[in-house]
Ligand binder design. Structure first.
Ligand code: SAM
Length: 273
């Protein structure tokens, strides 16, 4: 991969996904795209870069190859404890019986399913309109997420009662039960592009993806989250992420947990309060 090839690839990745690929990620880019070159029986990155320009269908494969999808059930547990201990009692008081949560970079589904397992016992489907929207840019991870099959060892983080309650063994894999799957709606969505959802959301999870973006991209996305989040909503970001110097619209209220600042603009009513 020549410097010119790498420059082309990183510019394309940035324009398409917002993901910044610094020089230190060159080796990672090389090894991930090598697999794609092999599949296409191409010998050079020069050839592959040409193919990317001519073949619009290749873009999806290119993007899927470059995303980092590391995730786990109940990753950063404190967020799920916060939901269970602080938000559930609060939400249970509401009259509307409608709850909307968005996992905005859901990868293979462990995050939205962990949310569903946290909320399901408190908001029975017969009484509550609870929906968890789960989106990601990468179509491969969404296919896996929707299928809901996981290697049994990935359940190690789960309290044993949850594993028993919400998974069944099938063909050597652990399968998410329908009672949980039915709460989660998977869609492809690029955080860089326009979002079709109306909101308002009661909580948005955007964890471990802002880290791949530069500050102008982070600012745009966080501003849009504010517009879709209810004034009384919550934003959860990843352990190494911060809104410091990114947004004045949120107050930090817990470990990487934010609430809209009073007086910040909600896009839904469009008024400054
Ligand atoms: C490291 S995973 C984080 C998964 C999960 N949120 C967690 O914290 O465990 C980052 C995910 O962000 C997705 N992603 C990267 N760029 C994106 C974009 N522009 N729009 C939507 N998702 C994106 C990747 O496909 C990947 O699945």
């Amino acid at each position: 991969m020549t410097q010119r090839d790498f420059e082309f690839i990183r510019e394309l990745a940035y324009n398409q996904t917002g993901i910044v690929l610094p020089e230190r990620k060159r080796h990672m880019v090389y090894s991930r795209l090598c697999r794609r070159l092999r599949a296409l029986r191409m010998r050079t990155f020069f050839e592959y870069c040409g193919y990317l320009q001519q073949e619009p269908d290749e873009m999806g494969h290119f993007i899927n190859a470059l995303t980092t999808n590391l995730t786990a059930f109940f990753r950063e547990k404190h967020h799920f404890h916060y939901v269970r201990d602080h938000l559930v009692p609060k939400w249970q008081q509401r009259r509307s019986r409608r709850l909307r949560v968005w996992s905005s970079a859901c990868s293979t589904g462990e995050e939205p399913y962990s949310l569903a397992m946290t909320l399901a016992p408190f908001f029975p489907r017969t009484q509550w309109d609870l929906k968890i929207l789960a989106t990601d840019l990468d179509t491969n991870v969404l296919t896996k997420a929707e299928a809901g099959f996981y290697p049994p060892e990935t359940l190690e983080n789960l309290p044993p009662t949850l594993a028993e309650q919400y998974f069944t063994a099938q063909g050597g894999m652990a399968k998410v039960k329908d009672s949980v799957r039915e709460l989660v709606f998977f869609r492809q969505l690029n955080l860089l592009e326009s979002w079709p959802m109306q909101g308002p959301f009661d909580a948005i999870f955007c964890r471990n993806v802002l880290i791949y973006f530069d500050n102008p991209t982070k600012k745009k996305i966080i501003q849009k989250f504010r517009q879709l989040l209810s004034d009384d909503g919550y934003l959860f970001i990843g352990h190494s992420e911060t809104l410091h110097l990114i947004s004045d619209d949120f107050d930090l209220i817990g470990q990487t947990i934010y609430k809209p600042r009073i007086g910040s603009i909600s896009g839904l009513n469009g008024e400054r309060k």
